[in-house]
Write a protein that binds this ligand. Structure first.
Ligand code: PLP
Length: 233
């Protein structure tokens, strides 16, 4: 199987999971996480029809976004202050904002480029010490302060579940969906309409995420690694 077959099969399965959950398949965007592959593989993926790609290193984001400007590039990695201008110059959506001091810097970088940067706030739903992300209880305050930034638009929330326990992953994803719903109820209708994204679910747990309401799944190995299906029992 090549990328194209794996991509088609993931799309078909996403659609099936949506129907099971009573959701419209058009609500879920598949981001192909290309962080482990080079430009030729990305080229094959673009030709197979993939539109959205995720990268976790600014240098790779820049290189691949320049090579394939027809695709949409998502930044899903650790954000460092000094790389914010590069990230903002190339990302359609930054999934992984988890430090409040970075938000004014994203705002300034976007202002310079004459764009409004769409971002997600990463939330540490499971509360594990080792995980990055805002505490669920602090997100409302962060959002209130973001509303003062004219060049940053917070489109929703992102999380990562602990790997290896699908029931715990499902609980984590339901927690993020519940938090988004709570926050939306406290917003005006205008603001709530644009605060609709839930980026959650990776190769091993995206089915649980779609069931819990994900609007974006970030899939790497299941699309790019030929061995992935074989090693998954
Ligand atoms: C690598 C990565 C993914 C994709 O992981 P797979 O398990 O390969 O699907 C998704 N999200 C983030 C933040 C990642 O770093």
């Amino acid at each position: 199987m090549g990328f194209s077959d794996r991509y088609e099969s993931v799309l078909a399965e996403v659609a099936a999971c949506c129907r099971l959950a009573g959701r419209d398949p058009r609500e879920v965007r598949v981001v192909a996480v290309s962080k482990t592959v080079g430009l030729p593989e990305v080229g094959r993926a673009v030709r197979a029809g993939a539109l959205d790609f995720g990268e976790n290193r600014p240098d790779m984001l820049m290189e691949k976004a320049r090579a394939f400007p027809e695709a949409r590039w998502h930044f899903i990695g650790n954000v460092q202050s000094r790389r914010i201008p590069d990230i903002v110059a190339h990302a359609c959506l930054v999934h992984s904002l988890c430090r409040e001091r970075h938000l004014p810097k994203v705002d300034a970088a976007a202002r310079k480029l004459g764009k409004v940067q769409d971002v997600l706030l990463e939330v540490n739903v499971s509360g594990e010490e080792s995980k990055s992300g805002f505490e669920p209880a602090e997100v409302a305050d962060v959002l209130a302060r973001c509303s003062e930034l004219s060049f940053v638009r917070v489109r929703g929330l992102m999380t990562m579940a602990a790997q290896g326990d699908l029931a715990a992953a499902r609980e984590c994803f339901e927690g993020l969906a519940g938090l988004r719903d709570d926050l939306r109820r406290r917003m005006g209708a205008d603001r709530a309409a644009a605060f609709d994204e839930l980026s959650m679910g990776m190769s091993e747990d995206w089915r649980e995420a779609v069931g819990a309401g994900a609007t974006i799944v970030r899939i790497g190995r299941a699309l790019f690694d030929e061995q992935f299906g074989a090693t998954r029992a």
